[in-house]
Design a protein around this ligand. Structure first.
Ligand code: DAH
Length: 357
């Protein structure tokens, strides 16, 4: 028995792979293996002999089995170590500058906008792109009969017969995130929400999917003056100019009262846009003081709190800043376009490090 033991333990220790181990298992402790053969001999023994040999054989079998299991685990560990060694990859290494992948202008501009508003204490909120018509319309004071619903060219989700979940739409703007973030974190609050939105429309300046950034600030004493300052700071930082004239034009949105559209002074001399000088005006966003009904829909008491909101087209401000003439090109995935208008992957926009350099 001692011979058997040392023979097999040595073989196991020397085995170099799982197949060899399996062969050893079969010849040692398999149904017709050496240990099984010895067990058969028990029948010919006297009861006294059997009382000694029986447990000893069982112990031998156990010992061989656990040596096999331990060796199997060790082989697996060694195989994994070898794989880790050979497939090792340093994911923290910088990308290679000669590689041609670039950051899409929409991602770049979203990062720029986020960096600017972060500096002013706004955090980023998110909401679903497929939302209920309640969040997209009703909660924003756009009831069923309101013309704004028709104007938005909404994509409605198909509903199967008997489906009694509320109707869902592809969100037509980022404004529903106002309601969701009021519900989630109450007042006071300061958030922006960049993200994709959808409308059934397609020409040089419209695509069925595009991007907006929503802003919302609620506190006890927020006024239009705060809105104006925040937007001025934003426009200066974003267009990287020292000064800029903003023009507030009275307008109407169901979710704000009063409402204003905001234009910036610019010139188109020589066919290129210059922000902050000239005699032209360029509309860049809609804004206003949040309507009391909207605050209420978000669970905030309009007698205690007030705030401003704004909504701006990300693709539009990207086109303006980077001189991109056709909106549709954003979504064509043409590599030549992406190489021309894309940004280096490592130049993360920050206010101190430079937004777009
Ligand atoms: N949701 C509007 C749109 O998509 C944009 C907008 C206007 C958002 C005024 C606002 C706002 O938050 O106050 O056209």
């Amino acid at each position: 028995m001692d011979d058997l033991k040392s023979k097999y333990l040595t073989l196991i220790a020397e085995a170099g792979d799982e197949a060899t181990l399996e062969d050893i298992r079969i010849t040692a402790v398999g149904k017709k293996g050496e240990v099984a053969l010895k067990m058969r001999e028990l029948g010919k023994m006297t009861p006294e002999e059997r009382q000694v040999a029986g447990p000893a054989l069982n112990a031998l079998k156990d010992e061989i089995n656990s040596a096999l299991a331990a060796k199997k685990a060790a082989l697996a560990d060694a195989a994994l170590d070898e794989r880790l060694r050979s497939e090792w990859l340093d994911v923290t290494l910088p990308t290679r500058p000669q590689r041609q992948g670039t950051i899409h202008p929409i991602s770049q501009v979203s990062e720029e906008v986020t960096a600017i508003f972060a500096e002013m204490g706004f955090s980023v909120a998110e909401g679903p792109r497929i939302d209920t018509d309640w969040y997209n319309f009703d909660a924003l004071n756009i009831p069923g009969h309101h013309p704004a619903r028709a104007e938005m060219d909404t994509f409605y989700m198909h509903r199967a017969e008997g489906d009694n979940r509320p109707p869902h739409v592809l969100r037509t703007h980022t404004s529903p995130v106002q309601i969701r973030s009021m519900e989630a974190s109450g007042a006071p609050t300061r958030i922006i929400c960049p993200g994709g939105v959808y409308r059934a429309d397609y020409d040089q300046t419209h695509t069925p999917m595009f991007h907006q950034v929503e802003g919302l600030a609620i506190d006890k004493d927020i006024s239009m003056a705060n809105l104006k300052w925040v937007l001025e700071e934003f426009v200066k930082s974003y267009f990287e100019v020292d000064g800029v004239d903003l023009r507030f034009r009275a307008s109407h949105f169901p979710f704000t009262e009063p409402s204003a559209e905001v234009d910036i002074r610019c010139s188109w001399e020589g066919g290129t846009l210059k922000v902050g000088e000239g005699d032209d005006w360029l509309e860049i966003l809609g804004s206003g003081m949040v309507h009391p009904k909207v605050l209420q829909a978000g669970g905030i008491d309009p007698n205690e709190w007030q705030g401003f909101a704004f909504g701006m087209g990300i693709d539009r401000i990207a086109m303006l800043k980077y001189g991109i003439p056709d909106l549709r090109a954003f979504f064509d995935s043409d590599l030549r376009w992406l190489r021309h208008y894309g940004f280096a992957a490592l130049d993360v926009p920050t206010l101190h490090g430079g937004l777009s350099r």
